[in-house]
Design a protein. Structure first.
Length: 145
């Protein structure tokens, strides 16, 4: 679990280098990490206040890529990064099983938030890292509880 308010770029680069040394053959993991960092910085420029990156709980497998506030709404954000070599779209990879896991992890996170937020939502950020279509798309309220 990495909680953060402001991360310096050199610290983030060291985290990425650590991840690369852990499994240097997993280029898809590096692509995902770079996508998460890109989303983190872009969302901050859009006014989100990011409070956690890759938040995990020992009670559930998986993690939530980003947790952030947008005004008075707490957002649980899944980041999907794709290149033109991918067969399936990023959106299609967030199936019912993945949504169920994210909901359970979010419930665990909310147990530690006092007072509980009035508004909570699940967002998805899709990043296209192909050379032709570099860009990102934010889906607010991508799915419900």
């Amino acid at each position: 679990m990495f909680s953060l308010q402001i991360f310096r770029i050199d610290v983030l680069e060291k985290l990425l280098q650590f991840a690369r040394h852990r499994n240097p053959n997993a280029s898809h993991l590096e692509t995902g990490e770079r996508g998460e960092l890109s989303a983190l910085f872009h969302l901050r420029r859009c006014g989100y206040v990011v409070t956690a990156w890759r938040w995990k709980t020992p009670r559930q497998r998986g993690d939530i890529d980003l947790i952030a506030w947008e005004a008075d709404t707490l957002c649980f954000i899944e980041v999907k990064t794709r290149s033109n070599q991918e067969v399936a779209s990023a959106e299609s990879s967030i199936n019912e099983d993945k949504r169920s896991i994210l909901r359970r992890i979010a419930r665990q996170y909310l147990k530690g938030v006092n007072p509980p937020p009035d508004f909570v939502r699940f967002d998805v950020v899709v990043i296209d890292s192909s050379r032709e279509n570099k860009g990102w798309k934010l889906y607010r309220r991508a799915f419900e509880w």
